[in-house]
Write a protein that binds this ligand. Structure first.
Ligand SMILES: Nc1ncnc2c1ncn2[C@@H]1O[C@H](COP(=O)(O)OP(=O)(O)OP(=O)(O)O)[C@@H](O)[C@H]1O
Length: 582
């Protein structure tokens, strides 16, 4: 019940619907028990007692009662559904909001398919129990209580005799729950794994095809699919074993009723009408008790789902910095790193150690070094995608944490190697960081980023809808949209993270032009593998394994023997080779 308690804030606001639904259920159940009583009166008074006039009255009474039951059933179902639907609407909203504020370290671990499955299948399983399962559980208690009351009224010894099997039934139901709950958890996990596999395959279909790994992917999917099948078979086995056992115990009660009830009737301690009513009543007990397995099943599923939802809620949100500075604020863009360390969660090495540098406002800093040297990690810290593990980072002389993350990020424009574009119009993509941008802002930025010409040539211009992942545009075109998107934000700090490495030389020249235009007056971080991209920077840091190996301007670094000079010569030779081979 702990899980339901922890999720109470989502369903408590709608408890009135639940109460209406339960009140209606009370009527439905009470009316159900009236049927056998009417049957008993019809047999004992009408048929055996020879009072045939009573029968039409009883029939009309039954029709009226059925009409009331129909109305009560409608109210019960409608409000029950409303209770579940409203609750999960709120729940889904909160989950989605929570996902927006989880740190990057969470997404490093999370799988998209698994998250999708939590937000859809798990939320639905929870709703199903709220709308249906819980009411079924209450129905079970009510119907068993009402039925027992009527049965005791008719015959105490016969009621006690038919209840002999109930403790055994209860044990079987308990054991069933013990077995079925872990199995359901496994099924949910396996389904999430299956979703992740499909999602990953679709996202990476280009890589799969390029490396001709279709067969391997098929095998991997099959093994996940097999796993899901096995887990479901496991559940089917548990059901298969316990359900007949529970049914058998129910039937034993009916046999006892027939033997002992028949004996009592012969002894005239029970009327024929009462014995007939008992047969209906006993099934009102046995049915729900057997059904209890199904309810527990549903309860177990929703418990397993609730657990998975709570896992998301219990994740720590990313720190957001001081709230009082949330008002729009333009930073100057002076950046200082003092003895900064970074070690990613679960890693045994520092990605950055004792990093020191200072970039005055409007200056450019180049970050170069081999892959994994820590270049992008500097950006991750500056954007507060991750938190440093030591040292201090200052912006305009104030600690990074004193700014609200939104303010910080509004002041930083970033163009990355791979550009993510939403499946929306080009206009929406351009204005994504500043939804209040005017048409003029958008077109001016696109012109400056050298994107206006190709956008205008598209069939719907700025209203052209891009496919998922921005399909339909070349790497260079996407990059120019990313540059325009960053320009619209008019940032004080600009980060170009390998911004031109994914495009050919000709496009690079064009993009470089747009980038230089954007860099004017902004503090700029240029992360690159090519010397040509960083050589004009005011200072260049050569990084190796999270440490600064060399620092200086292009000229000073070239003048000294070291890594920079080696990279320069290597890249120069490479370019010379390329020219020779043309
Ligand atoms: N999210 C992460 N979780 C754990 N370790 C990470 C994470 N991101 C980067 N690292 C590790 O931190 C180190 C520095 O990585 P970083 O991405 O900063 O290097 P880089 O110089 O930008 O490399 P590249 O030129 O290949 O982009 C690497 O050892 C990398 O494996």
């Amino acid at each position: 019940m702990e899980i339901f308690k922890r999720l109470a804030k989502f369903y408590m606001p709608y408890k009135k619907y639940f109460v209406y639904s339960l009140l209606a259920l009370f009527f439905v159940t009470a009316i159900t028990v009236v049927y056998p009583v009417i049957l008993q009166i019809a047999i004992d008074e009408g048929i055996v007692g020879g009072n045939a006039n009573l029968i039409p009255y009883l029939a009309i009474g039954l029709i009226l009662i059925m009409a009331v039951k129909g109305l009560a059933t409608y109210i019960h179902q409608y409000f029950g559904d409303l209770f579940g639907i409203q609750t999960v609407y709120r729940l889904r909203k909160s989950l989605y909001e929570k996902l927006q504020f989880l740190p990057f370290s969470y997404y490093d671990r999370a799988k998209t398919g698994d998250l999708m499955s939590r937000l859809t299948a798990d939320v639905e399983a929870f709703r199903f129990f709220l709308s249906f399962g819980f009411a079924q559980f209450v129905h079970f208690i009510l119907i068993v209580s009402f039925t027992l009351a009527v049965m005791f009224y008719y015959s105490v010894p016969l009621t006690l005799a038919t209840m002999v099997t109930l403790p055994f039934l209860a044990v079987a139901v308990y054991k069933f729950d013990q077995r079925v709950h872990p199995s359901f958890r496994k099924v949910r996990k396996s389904l999430a794994g299956l979703n992740s596999k499909v999602q990953e395959n679709v996202s990476g279909i280009q890589t799969v095809k390029a490396l001709s790994q279709e067969e391997k992917e098929k095998t991997r999917f099959h093994s996940q699919n097999d796993d899901y099948r096995e887990k479901n078979i496991e559940i089917a086995n548990v059901w298969g074993k316990y359900f007949p056992l529970m049914e058998f115990m129910g039937n034993v009660s009916a046999v006892i009723l027939l033997g002992f009830g028949g004996y009592l009737a012969v002894q005239q301690q029970l009327t024929p009408g009462e014995l007939t009513a008992f047969f209906s009543l006993i099934w009102f007990m046995i049915g729900p008790i057997m059904h209890l397995g199904f309810i527990i099943n549903m309860f177990s599923q929703s418990k397993a789902s609730g657990e998975r939802l709570l896992e998301i809620f219990s994740e720590k949100e990313r720190p957001i910095g001081a709230l009082e500075t949330k008002k729009a604020e333009k930073l100057r863009g002076e950046v200082t790193f003092k003895q900064v360390d970074l070690r990613y969660d679960g890693s045994s090495n520092d990605a950055l150690s004792a990093l020191d540098f200072h970039v005055p406002q409007g200056k450019t800093i180049g970050l170069i070094g081999s892959t994994g040297a820590g270049k992008s990690s500097i950006v991750q810290l500056l954007m507060r995608f991750y938190e440093r593990t030591g040292g201090e980072i200052l912006i305009d002389g104030k600690p990074l944490e004193s700014y609200h993350v939104n303010i910080l990020r509004q002041n930083i424009g970033i163009v990355m190697q791979q550009t993510f574009l939403f499946s929306s119009t080009i206009r929406d993509n351009l204005a994504y960081g500043r939804p209040d941008a005017t048409e003029n802002d958008i077109v001016t930025a696109a012109k400056r980023a050298d994107a206006h010409a190709f956008i205008s040539e598209l069939p719907d211009g700025y209203d052209t809808v891009l496919g998922e992942k921005g399909l339909g545009l070349s790497g260079g075109q996407k990059q120019r949209i990313a540059i325009a998107r960053a320009m619209i934000m008019n940032p004080s700090i600009l980060i170009l993270d390998d911004a031109t490495s994914a495009v050919d030389m000709k496009t690079e020249v064009k993009i470089q032009h747009a980038l230089h235009d954007m860099m004017k007056g902004r503090t700029t971080f240029v992360i690159a593998h090519r010397i040509s991209s960083v050589k004009h920077c005011d200072e260049i840091l050569v990084l190796e394994e999270g440490n600064v190996q060399e620092r200086g301007t292009h000229e000073t670094l070239l003048a000294q023997p070291g890594m920079y000079r080696r990279i320069y010569h290597m890249q120069n030779e490479h370019q010379a080779d390329e020219k020779m081979s043309v």
